[in-house]
Design a binder for this molecule. Structure first.
Ligand SMILES: Nc1ncnc2c1ncn2[C@@H]1O[C@H](COP(=O)(O)OP(=O)(O)OP(=O)(O)O)[C@@H](O)[C@H]1O
Ligand SMILES: [Mg+2]
Length: 231
C-alpha cells in the first residue's frame, strides 16, 4: 500500500509544487495521475521512491520514504522517468535493462532471461547491443520502460509512458500494462489510456489534489476536465 499524508513540497527556488496532498493506493490498483503541464505530477511521482522529499509522510508498505529506507523503497518501487535520458546511462540497451536484476542479485542466466523478456515486452527484441543514445525517441521511451519491467517491482510508477510512441507501440504498451499484476501509478496526458487502463484517476491542479475518483466518473465530467485544462 502507498500512503501519502499531508505532503507539501517547495523547489529550492521557493516555488510551491505540492500542497497538502493526501491519498492512499491499495496493492493491485491501477491509478492514473492527470493534470495540466506544471500541475505537479512528476514532482509527486518523484516522492514515491525518495528522489524528492517534502514535508509530510510517504509510506510504501508501511516503510516511510526517507534516507534510511531508500534501498528497501527502491526495490519495491520501479520508476520510469518522464525523460528517458534520465534513465539510460549504460553503453548498451542490454546493460541498462540488466542493471536492476544484477543489483537485485540474480544469477547471470536469470538476468539474461529477464532482459530478454523485458525487451520483448516493449517490442525491442534484439536491441541489446544498441547504444541508448542512438535510439529514436519512442525506442528510448520503450527501453526505459524495459529497465523497470526487468526488475518486476511491486509498484510500477510511470511518467508519461506513451509520450512519443507510435499508435502500434502505444496500443501494445497499454495492453501490456493492463495485464500486469502490479500496482500501477501513471502520470499521463493520454486520457484515452487512463480510461482504458485505470479504474481510478487522481487529478492535480497547481500542486493541489482536486479530484480523486473512478476513471469513468472523472474522465466523463466535461466541466471538470475543462476547468483543469485537460480538454
Ligand atoms: N527543478 C525544478 N525547480 C524549480 N521548479 C520546478 C522544478 N521542476 C518543476 N518545477 C515546477 O514545479 C511545478 C510542477 O512541475 P511538474 O514537473 O511536477 O509538473 P507536471 O505535472 O509533471 O507537468 P508536465 O505535464 O509538463 O510534465 C511547475 O510549476 C514547475 O515549473
Ligand atoms: Mg511531468
Amino acid at each position: 500500500m502507498i500512503e501519502i499524508t499531508n505532503l507539501n513540497f517547495h523547489y529550492p527556488d521557493g516555488r510551491s509544487a505540492l500542497e497538502r496532498i493526501n491519498f492512499a493506493i491499495n496493492s493491485g490498483e491501477k491509478v492514473a495521475l492527470v493534470g495540466a503541464n506544471g500541475a505537479g505530477k512528476s514532482t509527486l511521482l518523484l516522492h514515491l521512491n525518495g528522489i524528492l522529499q517534502g514535508e509530510g509522510v510517504v509510506r510504501i508498505n508501511g516503510y516511510e520514504v526517507n534516507k534510511n529506507n531508500l534501498s528497501k523503497i527502491r526495490s519495491l518501487v520501479g520508476m520510469v522517468f518522464q525523460n528517458p535520458d534520465d534513465q539510460l546511462f549504460s553503453l548498451t540497451v542490454g546493460e541498462d535493462v540488466a542493471f536492476g536484476p544484477i543489483y537485485q542479485g540474480f544469477e547471470t542466466h536469470i538476468v539474461e532471461e529477464k532482459v530478454k523478456t523485458a525487451l520483448e515486452e516493449v517490442q525491442l527484441a534484439g536491441f541489446d547491443d544498441r547504444h541508448p543514445f542512438h535510439l529514436s525517441g519512442g525506442e528510448k521511451k520503450r527501453a526505459s520502460i524495459a529497465t523497470v519491467l526487468s526488475m518486476s517491482p511491486e509498484y510500477l510508477v510511470l511518467d508519461e509512458p506513451t509520450a512519443g510512441l507510435d499508435p502500434k507501440s502505444r496500443r501494445e504498451l497499454v495492453a501490456l500494462l493492463k495485464n500486469l499484476p502490479q500496482t500501477l501509478i501513471i502520470a499521463t496526458h493520454d486520457l484515452q489510456m487512463a480510461l482504458e487502463l485505470s479504474s481510478r484517476v487522481i487529478l492535480l491542479n497547481h500542486g493541489k489534489l482536486v479530484a480523486d475518483g473512478s476513471s469513468t466518473e472523472i474522465l466523463c465530467d466535461e466541466q471538470l476536465l475543462k476547468q483543469n485544462n485537460l480538454i
